[in-house]
Ligand binder design. Structure first.
Ligand SMILES: Cc1cc2nc3c(=O)[nH]c(=O)nc-3n(C[C@H](O)[C@H](O)[C@H](O)COP(=O)(O)OP(=O)(O)OC[C@H]3O[C@@H](n4cnc5c(N)ncnc54)[C@H](O)[C@@H]3O)c2cc1C
Length: 508
C-alpha cells in the first residue's frame, strides 16, 4: 500500500485522552509545533447523550471493533474512541492513590511491585491535576488518605437525602465514609444541572471535567497545537538503527498517511498503545517497539469490579448525582480481613435499560421497579500484575485480550463484606453482578515503567528505554493497579512527564 507524505512536526501525540491531553496542555505555549492524532471524532452533544436506551441498550457510543478473549471468543469491547478518550463517559471519581500503593502492598495472593516514583514525587502533580479537572472533595475524613499540600479546589458535593442517610448509618457503625472526590462542575454557579446520568454517559452540557473540555480545548487555544481527528495511527516507524522513531503512519479518510516528528508521545490507552507497539515490530525490534524487556502487552490489569444494587423496597431513590460517597475502611487490612479488600463507592444511578443486558429474562416492570428502588454501589479490588495476563495482536491485526484475573478470593470476600454492610445500614435486599473482560474500563499496566531496563518498558519519566524520542503516557505505565479509579494518577504522571519534556524539547 502506498503511503502519502504529510507534514513534519516537533511533537506528535497519539491519542487525546487524559495522558495525551495532559502532555499537550503542558507543552502548549512552548513554541514547539505539536500535532495530536486522534482516531475518533468529537462526541456530539445531542439528546441521546443522556438516554439510557441509546447509551446502554443501543450502545450508541461504544466502538464497533471486534476483539477476542483468550479462548478466541469474539466480543465488542467497552471502548469509546472520541476526543477526550474514556473520560467522555467516565464517572468523574478523581482519586489519588495511597502512599503505600507506590511502595508495594501485601495482598492475599501476592505483593504488588513498588513504583519507581513515590507518592511524594507525584503529590504536586496530583494537585495540579485536581485544579485542571476542577475536583470537588474534602480532606480529612478518610484515614487512608495521603498528605496533600493544598485543599481540594472545590468544596465537596453534598449528599442527596438517601445517600446522606447511608453516610450517617455507616458512621454510626464506626466506619469512615467520606465525600468522593469528583470532577464535575457542580457548585453554585457551576454548569452541572444534575441530569441524573453522568457515570458511563457523555455530558451534554460540558459539565463533566473530562480530557476534552479540561485539557484538549484549552491546549488548542495555543496556535502551536493542532488536533487532527479521524486519524488512526497504525504503525510507528523506527530509523535504520531501530533506535529513534522517525514517523507515525496513520489512516485517514481511507488513505494511509505519514507524519514525521522529533518527539513521539504515545497515549492511545493501555490496550491500544501496547497493540500499536507490537504491530510496529521491525527487523531491529522483532518483538515490537520499546520491547527489548519483553514486557509490552504483558501484565495487563483491570480492576476486579462488582456492581451491587441495594434495594429500598419502601423508598424510591430519587438521587440525581449519587457519586458523592466512598469508603476505604477495607482498603488495607481491617477487622474484616487481614489483607486488603479494596474500595467501595457509589455507582451512577442504574436505570431500567441498563439492566436489560444483565437481566434479559426479567420482566420489564420488575427491572423498572428494581431501578427505582435501588442505591447502586461499585466494589473494586486490586488486580495483581501477572506476566501472562496479556494484550496480543492476532495475525489478522485484531486485538486479543487474555486477561488473567487475580486476587479474586479477596474480591469475593469484599463483595460479601459490602453486602453485609449494606444490609446492616438498612437495605434488606442486595443483588450483585460482576464486571467481565468486555469492560476494560480501568485497563493499565501493559508497558510498565521501572528502574530496570531489563524488567520494564519505560523509565520513571515514561521514556522508552529502547527509543530516546518515544514516551508512552497513558495507563500503560502502571506497575500495579491499586484499588482506586486511575484517571487522576494518569493525569498527574502525564503532567510530570509533560513538564520534564518541556524543559528538554531542544534535546530531541
Ligand atoms: C464507563 C467508564 C467509567 C469510568 N469512570 C472512571 C472514574 O470515575 N474515575 C476514573 O479515574 N476513571 C474512570 N474510568 C477510567 C478512565 O476513564 C480511564 O482510566 C482514563 O480515561 C484512561 O485515560 P488514557 O489517557 O490512559 O486512555 P484513553 O482515555 O483510552 O485515551 C486514549 C485515546 O487514544 C485514542 N486512540 C486509541 N488508539 C489510537 C490510535 N491507534 N491512533 C490514534 N488515536 C488512538 C482513543 O480514541 C482515545 O481518545 C472510567 C472508564 C469508563 C469506560
Amino acid at each position: 500500500m502506498s503511503v502519502g507524505t504529510s507534514e513534519s512536526y516537533d511533537v506528535v501525540i497519539i491519542g487525546s485522552g487524559v495522558g495525551g491531553g495532559a502532555v499537550a496542555i503542558t507543552l502548549a505555549g512552548s513554541g514547539a509545533r505539536i500535532l495530536i492524532l486522534e482516531r475518533g471524532e468529537r462526541l456530539p452533544r445531542e439528546a441521546e447523550n443522556w438516554s439510557p436506551q441509546a447509551v446502554f441498550a443501543e450502545q450508541r457510543y461504544r466502538t464497533r471493533e471486534t476483539w477476542y478473549d483468550g479462548n478466541g471468543k469474539p466480543f465488542r469491547p467497552g471502548q469509546f474512541y472520541f476526543v477526550g478518550g474514556h473520560t467522555k463517559v467516565y464517572g468523574t471519581a478523581m482519586f489519588r492513590f495511597r502512599e503505600r500503593d507506590f511502595e508495594g502492598v501485601e495482598h492475599a495472593e501476592g505483593k504488588t511491585m513498588p513504583w519507581p516514583v513515590r507518592y511524594a514525587d507525584l503529590e504536586p502533580w496530583y494537585g495540579k491535576a485536581e485544579t485542571l479537572f476542577g475536583v470537588h472533595g474534602q480532606a480529612g475524613d478518610d484515614p487512608t488518605e495521603p498528605p496533600r499540600s493544598a485543599p481540594y479546589p472545590h468544596a465537596p458535593i453534598p449528599h442527596e437525602p438517601i445517600i446522606g442517610k447511608a453516610f450517617e448509618r455507616m458512621r454510626a457503625l464506626g466506619l469512615h465514609p467520606f465525600h468522593m472526590p469528583s470532577a464535575v462542575d457542580l457548585h453554585p454557579g457551576g454548569t452541572c444541572i444534575r441530569c441524573g446520568t453522568c457515570d458511563a454517559f457523555p455530558c451534554r452540557v460540558g459539565a463533566k471535567g473530562d480530557a476534552e473540555t479540561r485539557l484538549i480545548d484549552p491546549a488548542l487555544k495555543h496556535p502551536n497545537v493542532t488536533l487532527q481527528t479521524g486519524s488512526e495511527v497504525t504503525r510507528l516507524i523506527a530509523d535504520e538503527r531501530g533506535k529513534r522513531i522517525v514517523a507515525a503512519q496513520y489512516r485517514r479518510d481511507g488513505k494511509v498517511l505519514s507524519v514525521s516528528a522529533r518527539l513521539f508521545v504515545l497515549s492511545a490507552g493501555a490496550i491500544n498503545s501496547a497493540a500499536l507497539l507490537l504491530r510496529s515490530a521491525d527487523a531491529r525490534n522483532p518483538r515490537g517497539l520499546a520491547n527489548s524487556s519483553g514486557v509490552v502487552g504483558r501484565y495487563y490489569m483491570n480492576h476486579n469490579c462488582t456492581g451491587i444494587m441495594a434495594l429500598t423496597p419502601f423508598d424510591v431513590n430519587a438521587t440525581r448525582f449519587p457519586k458523592t460517597l466512598s469508603v476505604n475502611d477495607f482498603y488495607f487490612a481491617s477487622s474484616a480481613s487481614e489483607k486488603p479488600l479494596g474500595n467501595l463507592q457509589l455507582l451512577g444511578k442504574i436505570q431500567e435499560p441498563m439492566l436489560r443486558g444483565a437481566l434479559p429474562r426479567t420482566p420489564k416492570w420488575l427491572r423498572t421497579w428494581l431501578a427505582r428502588h435501588s442505591v447502586d454501589w461499585y466494589v473494586m479490588s486490586e488486580d495483581l500484575a501477572q506476566r501472562d495476563s496479556e494484550v496480543r495482536v492476532r495475525s489478522d491485526g485484531a486485538i486479543e485480550l487474555r486477561w488473567k484475573r487475580s486476587n479474586l478470593r479477596a474480591h469475593r470476600r469484599f463483595v460479601d463484606v459490602a453486602k453485609k454492610l449494606l444490609k446492616d445500614i438498612g437495605f434488606p435486599i442486595v443483588l450483585s453482578q460482576p464486571f467481565g473482560t468486555d469492560t476494560p474500563s480501568h485497563q493499565c499496566g501493559t508497558a510498565r515503567f521501572g528502574a530496570d531496563p531489563a524488567a520494564s518498558a519505560l523509565d520513571p519519566y515514561c521514556r522508552s528505554w529502547d527509543h530516546d524520542n518515544l514516551y508512552v503516557v497513558d495507563a500503560s505505565f502502571f506497575p500495579s493497579s491499586a484499588a482506586l479509579n486511575p484517571a487522576l494518577t494518569i493525569a498527574a504522571q502525564a503532567l510530570r512527564v509533560g513538564s520534564h519534556l518541556r524543559a528538554r524539547l531542544r534535546e530531541f
